[in-house]
Design a protein around this ligand. Structure first.
Ligand code: FAD
Length: 400
């Protein structure tokens, strides 16, 4: 326990140092230019922060999500974009591949991430967002491989990421087999069928692109199918279990943004004077600050609870952490802006960026509404099918 605490402290210190001295000063220009911060990726890599959750046997440090969330919070206090890169370089796709992948798959993923590549997860499609299992991208088994066709949307890292974990409905002889994940390295010979479409002009987190990804007769060899223990038919559930890591990572970015905005607000109200006195003497602002601090502590506790064990975070705990932290971050960053008055509304002030950056976390990776569904279903011990047909067939079913 003691060595774990000191390891976490050392990661926190090193991450804070990098964030305050390197990422923070660059954050405004990254936001303005809307250009992917490769220099920050390489700084993360050189500090051993890319792929630190990868097992030692594959060149990583074998650290867990407990360490990863500390890194992500510290980085996100200064730069949300770089925080998200730290998430995807340690959780999400790389976590899924390290848990379920073959030797070959793990080697490919580890090599790319340790070099500084932030993997992309391709689930969402134009017509299937929350209803992820309605995806229409298909993978047809042909000879010793699969042919993928479809269109993904809102893919973080589109056009910058090399490693892709692509989800598709698998068919053999036109028979549906379930949803599986396929590992594809953009730019490799044979992967010409993967191409990048339009970039979405986003509200916040502008240094990282979200794009369409087209799959046109993309050939994927059979050994690049990511096969979870329960096989293809039920494998989507396992892959989503891995996604709980990414969810907690998203919560940690939102937490960092909230703390970053809180720090700015606290310093500002101590120094700004109106009516001949520092504005922190006004109880209206004191109580806002107190509420912000309590909300931040509560969010951090939920995140820590979710990463307390080994392996992937529990679904319920991950959902709670992401739901609470994302809504908290929207509120806390907004309150921090409010406490600055006009100064907070200026694009010269980092708080303005933090408000925009925080906004996405109640949407991406499971919306706040969908996470409430997950939590309620767990509390009640029932499945609540969201399609009309499902509800007619299994109304609020307690059966699996
Ligand atoms: P919809 O599903 O169309 O939802 C619209 C509204 O309806 C929402 O308020 C939603 O909560 C509500 N709603 C829908 N169904 C229900 C229900 N059953 N009960 C109650 N309310 C409901 N996807 C990827 O695959 N890879 C990525 O890298 C990725 N990155 C992203 C980055 C950003 C910045 C954003 C914004 C999104 C990203 N996404 C990514 C997509 C993201 O996961 C989806 O946006 C999300 O799952 C919601 O889908 P949707 O946007 O289509 O909204």
């Amino acid at each position: 326990e003691k060595s774990c605490a000191s390891r976490l402290e050392s990661i926190r210190e090193r991450a804070r140092d990098l964030a305050q001295n390197v990422f923070g000063p660059r954050a405004a220009s990254i936001d303005k230019a809307e250009i992917y911060p490769w220099e920050n990726c390489f700084a993360l890599r050189d500090a051993g922060f890319m792929g630190m959750t990868i097992p030692k046997a594959y060149g990583g440090q074998g650290l867990g999500y407990r360490e990863a969330v500390v890194l992500v919070e510290e980085v996100s206090k200064a730069c949300g974009v770089t925080g998200r890169i730290a998430v995807e370089a340690n959780m999400g796709a790389v976590g899924a591949i390290m848990a379920y992948g073959s030797e070959k798959q793990k080697k490919i993923a580890a090599e790319l991430v340790l070099e500084g590549d932030k993997p992309a997860i391709c689930i969402t499609e134009p017509e299937s967002g929350s209803a992820a299992t309605d995806m229409t991208t298909r993978a047809d088994k042909v000879g010793d491989g699969y042919i993928l066709n479809g269109k993904k949307h809102w893919i973080t890292g589109g056009g910058v990421s090399r490693l892709h974990l692509i989800f598709a409905q698998v068919f053999e002889n036109d028979e549906p087999q379930g949803i599986a994940g396929f590992i594809v390295v953009r730019g490799e010979p044979g992967a010409e069928g993967l191409s990048i479409g339009k970039r979405e002009p986003t509200m916040g987190l502008r240094g990282i692109p979200e794009t369409e990804v087209y799959l046109r007769d993309l050939h994927v060899p059979a050994d690049m199918l990511l096969q979870p223990p329960s096989g293809i038919r039920k494998g989507f559930g396992d892959l989503m279990t891995a996604y709980n890591g990414q969810r907690v990572g998203a919560a940690a970015v939102a937490l960092g943004l909230a703390v970053g905005a809180y720090d700015q607000a606290e310093a500002f109200i101590q120094q700004r004077e109106q009516f001949g006195r520092p504005i922190c003497e006004f109880q209206g602002l004191q109580w806002m600050l107190a509420d912000m601090a309590v909300q931040i502590s509560a969010a951090r506790a939920l995140i820590n609870e979710a990463v307390n064990g080994t392996g992937f975070p529990d679904k319920m705990k991950a959902a709670q952490a992401k739901l609470f932290t994302s809504e908290m971050a929207v509120k806390v960053t907004n309150d921090a802006l409010q406490m600055h008055g006009a100064a907070g509304y200026s694009r010269n002030n980092p708080v303005e960026r933090m408000v925009r950056d925080a906004r996405m976390f109640t949407i991406g990776g499971g919306t706040a509404q969908v996470l409430r569904n997950v939590i309620a279903s767990d509390l009640l011990g029932r499945k609540f099918p969201q399609t009309r047909e499902g509800y007619m067939a299994y109304p609020a079913s307690k059966s699996p």
